[in-house]
Design a protein around this ligand. Structure first.
Ligand code: MN3
Length: 219
């Protein structure tokens, strides 16, 4: 079964004014679609083509050497964007506000408060040099914030930790919320103002989805 591009769970313009329709069209229809096509090109005819993307990425070391970089970049991109889109929702219609229930309690336990979490996550997103992602992960019941370069993801574990050089302690954890800080995610509308894009993101976070991700990662 080839990897396929998931439909967006909302219209291209549904996230305006926080993310503009043209950005969403290109981001989903060109960038994400490209990661899917290149993942299929790399893995067609191998056993990995029939595996869940998360399972392939957790065992990147098993992917043949000549395919590993293509898989890390493109299947990583497919996995990351597939996680990202449902974590967003139109402002005031499922997007924005604050988490509730077990997720809210876990955020308070790990970051002292929701504001403390937002500050840590925003810093991770703002300070990622070049292209990459900010993540909220869960590992051994503990929530952590980290960022990764390019299309890397904490589930890739050791391969992105540079032999223990990484100090985030999130490597190998499961991401439950991500923010794409590649320029392709915001440049048409925000140009160089990545902090404005990060601030706007909080208006469109789908906390119900993040709570579902948390429940499945800890269940
Ligand atoms: Mn992207």
């Amino acid at each position: 079964m080839p990897f396929t591009l998931p439909d967006l769970p909302y219209a291209f313009d549904a996230l305006e004014p926080h993310i503009d329709a043209r950005t969403m069209e290109i981001h989903h229809g060109k960038h994400h679609a490209g990661y899917v096509a290149k993942s299929n090109a790399a893995l067609d005819g191998t056993k990995f083509a029939d595996m869940a993307p998360a399972d392939v990425l957790r065992s990147l070391g098993d992917v043949p050497d000549d395919k590993r970089t293509a898989v890390r970049n493109n299947l990583g991109g497919h996995y990351n964007h597939s996680l990202f889109w449902p974590c967003l929702a139109p402002a005031g219609k499922g997007g924005g506000g604050a988490p509730a229930g077990a997720l809210a309690a876990a955020i308070d336990a790990s970051f002292s408060s929701f504001d403390g979490f937002k500050s840590a996550f925003s810093d991770a997103a703002a300070n990622r040099f070049g292209s990459g992602w900010a993540w909220l992960t869960v590992k051994d019941g503990v929530l952590r914030v980290c960022s990764t370069a390019n299309q890397d993801n904490p589930i890739m574990g050791e391969i992105i930790c540079a032999g223990g050089a990484c100090s985030c302690q999130a490597c190998g954890g499961t991401p439950i919320l991500g923010l794409d800080v590649w320029e392709h995610a915001y440049y048409l509308h925000y140009q160089n103002r990545r902090p404005d894009y990060i601030a706007a993101f909080w208006n469109i976070v789908n906390w119900d989805q993040v709570a579902k991700n948390y429940a499945s990662a800890t269940g």
